[in-house]
Design a protein around this ligand. Structure first.
Ligand SMILES: Nc1ncnc2c1ncn2[C@@H]1O[C@H](COP(=O)(O)OP(=O)(O)O)[C@@H](O)[C@H]1O
Ligand SMILES: [Mg+2]
Length: 213
């Protein structure tokens, strides 16, 4: 994504200009992750898809601050988000993606979650493995809390959120290659990811093999 601050209050993230199905999937992944993350009370910003000048669309969210080495005051909440980030297959979770609202850390950039930017063989390869590259200050206790949160997820509700996010992107029509058929394929793939990983992620932390990246 090409990201740039617009005003003192909101941050505008413009979709990449390439004509690629993954650009649409990236936007849907951002909307989905924000909505589901917030429903689970995790520290992710609220993200909207908005029409901008001309006929363009962009993602809008609160303007956050760079951390510049500061440790957020909500490390427990951040640590409890690690199983969520693993669940949604966020291969792009890294330290720079924790930003600040005041002293509170927020996780940004979920554009490489679910099936976005991943060929099918890669998804199959990744699906049973941990994928995050930063530990979000997690410890045993915050991970347990995060696993309880994951356990509370209702997959049928989640699939509805996924469909809603994909539909919103389809209706915005900023990529002709993202057709209703392609959308259905990716709803199927991402629903499979979410179902499999809801079962797999707790195993990453089983038997003393506590996976913390
Ligand atoms: N809500 C935000 N407020 C302020 N800056 C942000 C916000 N979200 C992202 N940024 C800045 O823009 C950069 C790129 O955003 P990111 O969401 O990671 O996009 P990309 O998909 O291009 O990696 C971030 O590393 C950060 O510096
Ligand atoms: Mg990024």
């Amino acid at each position: 994504m090409i990201a740039q601050p617009l005003s003192s209050m909101k941050f505008v993230k413009r979709p990449k200009p390439e004509r690629d199905v993954n650009v649409a999937l990236e936007v849907a992944a951002e909307l989905f992750s924000s909505r589901v993350g917030r429903k689970l009370s995790l520290p992710v910003p609220e993200v909207y898809l908005e029409r901008t000048e001309g006929d363009d669309f962009a993602l809008l969210m609160d303007l956050l601050e760079e951390r510049r080495g500061r440790v957020p005051n909500n490390v427990r909440e951040l640590g409890a988000s690690l199983p969520f980030e693993e669940w949604i297959l966020n291969v792009d979770l890294k330290e720079e993606h924790v930003m600040l609202r005041g002293d509170e850390g927020m996780i940004v950039d979920h554009g490489h979650s679910l099936s976005a930017w991943k060929p099918l063989y890669y998804i199959m390869e990744l699906n049973s493995r941990p994928v995050t590259r930063f530990d979000l200050w997690a410890d045993e206790s915050s991970i347990s809390e995060g696993l309880e949160i994951l356990n509370s997820v209702d997959l049928r509700e989640v699939e509805l959120e996924l469909r809603r996010a994909m539909r919103e992107v389809l209706d915005a029509g900023f990529c002709n290659l993202f057709s209703p058929e392609v959308m259905e394929d990716h709803i199927k793939i991402s629903t499979w990811i979410l179902k499999e990983r809801k079962f797999m992620v707790p195993k990453f932390y089983d038997l003393g093999r506590k996976y913390i990246p």
